[in-house]
Design a protein around this ligand. Sequence first.
Ligand SMILES: [Zn+2]
Length: 189
Amino acid sequence: MTDMKPFRVGRSRTGLGLFATRDLPRGTEIVEYKGRRIRTPRAKELEWVRANRYLFEINSRWTIDGSSRRNLARYVNHACRPNAEAVLTGGRMVYRATRRIPEGNEITVDYGKEYFDLYLKPIGCLCVTCVEKRREARRLARKSSSKRTDKRASKTLQSKRRAKTIRTSASKRKTSRKTSAARKTARRT
Ligand SMILES: [Zn+2]
């Protein structure tokens, strides 16, 4: 890891996030998840009591409490198709790029199923993949509802046309009656 931080904290769609300040090749160690270590069973209690969302379980014995603001890795948001992952290297928990992250892109990791079900599912995941999925679903719903409207519209048009035809034949009949009446008059004079 170089001394110059390859990231900055910035605005993301969910609040704050971590963004690459230069191109990060795949495998780059981006940021360490820092915090005091606590026993995992104790961490599980804390999670329930204080709703501490920044607990990072290393294993069944140790958990990192990353709630300190000095822990910049806490700003890394969840994504269902992330570009980084957590790896334990030399006793440190580090976020590493799983693919090239272009400059300016947000750095994301998968928080895991437990976190997702607990915190993200109830409010709706805001990662690019999920937002895109919902947008596509809405687009399809709109499309099928507009198709229904089209059908309804053509039905109205058809009945209008039918009405017009009826009216036309009626007026034709009227005209012919008029003509015969006129003829009658003509004959009378
Ligand atoms: Zn998602």
